[in-house]
Design a binder for this molecule. Structure first.
Ligand code: GAP
Length: 435
């Protein structure tokens, strides 16, 4: 499984130790492929989602946001093709009885025991089924959504009308999705409950190829510039024509070089007019777009960008992980991009003494107005630095005895460990320039 030196175990134990990510319901033995995000994990996740929203919605005039319901009318999933086609083919190893996806065999052998005899493949529906309604007779079978985009398609006409957008324009949303995944290793990479950040861009068929290229570039740039991922760890993987999803005319994935190999973190798809057509057919409602300038009616084509929040979180942690040596002492740190770092600044009074805290506390409170900060008085200063390095805090500010005289503090840089002396009343603007 391991390709690069860094293992997923190193990442998952750091994530647990420092409060990023824990196993769900751990006191009951855990629930496979379900994860809880701790105090730092939720900050990191919110930063990833905030950056996506900023780049895909807030800074664009041609994309609007929405938040649709997780539970939808069951016919949505018939129209989308999920009831008929969203399944894995599973086989049981006759030797060790492990159930595996047929497409996850390793050279035709069981990945657990190496056995090569299996049961016949069986279809396994990936959507979670539940029931709505309280009475036995009034109950209705419904599904937990396996992707967020169908909420966008079924609301296309309403959102277009209320936002007064003309095609070409896009609708974006971030939300939970659920898949009853069979393969449950790889930490949060493949979860049963996860979040997607999806954008559906509606355009004419004639413009679809151009928008597809545009969004490919936008999404690549997002990983480089917004999340600060190293470019050598990213690559494209176009889908072969015979491997395209039932709705797609063209599709490409962005892959990341995980410790367990190159894997998908986002897909960019040309979904044609498949989804709107399917919903017109199943709902009987008119979802055609009327281009008033050209006096033309048509069903828009869709370019989709679809990314998983958990995968971006995992990539951010793995890509930031580093080990080095400072003054003969080994340290491990997370060199998070400043946009992504869950804590931006830590404030330390050198000692617990009241006169130092009288300066440090108000400074901390002022910085909290802008950034997620931590205040730490416990342990020697070296240990406090290590704690912040390990969670990826870019700057530590120390209030010492000189501060009481010269009204200056020491600011230490996480990556270089260099320290500078800055006047107390300049700290906020100094940090603002760099964060
Ligand atoms: N609407 C298109 C769609 O859902 P997908 O390739 O099935 O396409 C898109 O999923 C993205 O969602 C993936 O690139 C991945 O980042 C994320 N994703 C899918 N299944 C996931 C899972 N089980 N756990 C975590 N993320 C997942």
């Amino acid at each position: 499984m391991s390709e690069s030196k860094l293992t997923l175990d190193t990442i998952s134990s750091l994530a647990k130790r420092r409060g990023f990510i824990f196993q769900s319901s751990e006191i009951y033995g855990g629930l496979a492929s379900c994860w809880d995000f701790g105090p730092l994990g939720v900050e990191l996740k919110n930063n990833v989602k905030g950056l996506w929203w900023k780049h895909m919605v807030r800074m664009r005039d041609d994309i609007v946001g929405m938040d649709s319901s997780i539970l939808m009318h069951p016919d949505v999933w018939v129209a989308s093709g999920h009831v008929g086609a969203f399944h894995d083919m599973l086989i049981d190893c006759l030797n060790c009885k492990t159930r595996v996806r047929e497409d996850h065999l390793e050279n035709g052998k069981c990945p657990r025991c190496g056995g090569s005899e299996f049961t016949e493949p069986k279809k396994f529906q990936l959507m979670f089924k539940t029931q709505a309604g309280a009475t036995e007779t009034g109950k209705m079978d419904i599904w937990l959504r396996p992707e967020t985009c169908q909420g966008i398609f079924v609301d296309f006409k309403q959102v277009q009308a209320v936002s007064r957008k003309k095609v070409p324009f896009g609708i974006a949303q971030i939300g939970k999705a659920f898949r009853n995944e069979v393969t449950t290793k790889s930490f949060i990479f493949r979860s049963r409950e996860f979040e997607q950040m999806e954008m559906e861009f509606f355009c004419s068929e004639a413009e679809a190829d151009e928008w597809y290229e545009h969004f490919k570039q936008e999404r690549w740039n997002f990983y480089l510039n917004a999340l600060g991922i190293h470019e050598e760890n990213l690559k494209w993987e176009p889908h072969a024509e015979d491997a395209l999803a039932h709705y797609a005319k063209a599709a490409v994935d962005i892959l990341y070089h995980f410790p367990f190999g190159w894997q998908e973190i986002e897909g960019i798809h040309n979904r044609t007019d498949f989804d709107l057509k399917a919903h017109i057919e199943h709902s009987g409602k008119d979802m055609t777009y009327h281009d008033q300038d050209k006096n033309e009616k048509f069903i828009p084509w869709v370019i989709e960008t679809s990314a998983g929040v958990e995968r971006s979180v995992l990539v951010s942690i793995i890509d930031a992980y580093a080990e080095d040596e400072i003054g003969g002492e080994k340290r491990n740190l997370l060199k998070f991009h400043r946009h992504v770092a869950p804590v931006k600044v830590a404030v330390f009074p050198l000692q617990k003494k009241a006169d130092l805290q009288e300066v440090a506390k108000p400074l901390y409170k002022a910085l909290q107005e802008r950034w997620n900060c931590q205040y730490d008085v416990a342990g020697n200063i070296g240990r406090r630095y290590r704690r912040q390095d390990e969670i990826g805090t870019p700057y530590c500010v120390t209030v010492d005895f000189d501060t009481l005289e010269d009204k200056s503090v020491t600011i230490r840089d996480r990556d270089t460990t260099e320290q500078v002396r800055i006047a107390l009343d300049q700290v906020e603007s100094w940090l603002l320039e760099r964060l």
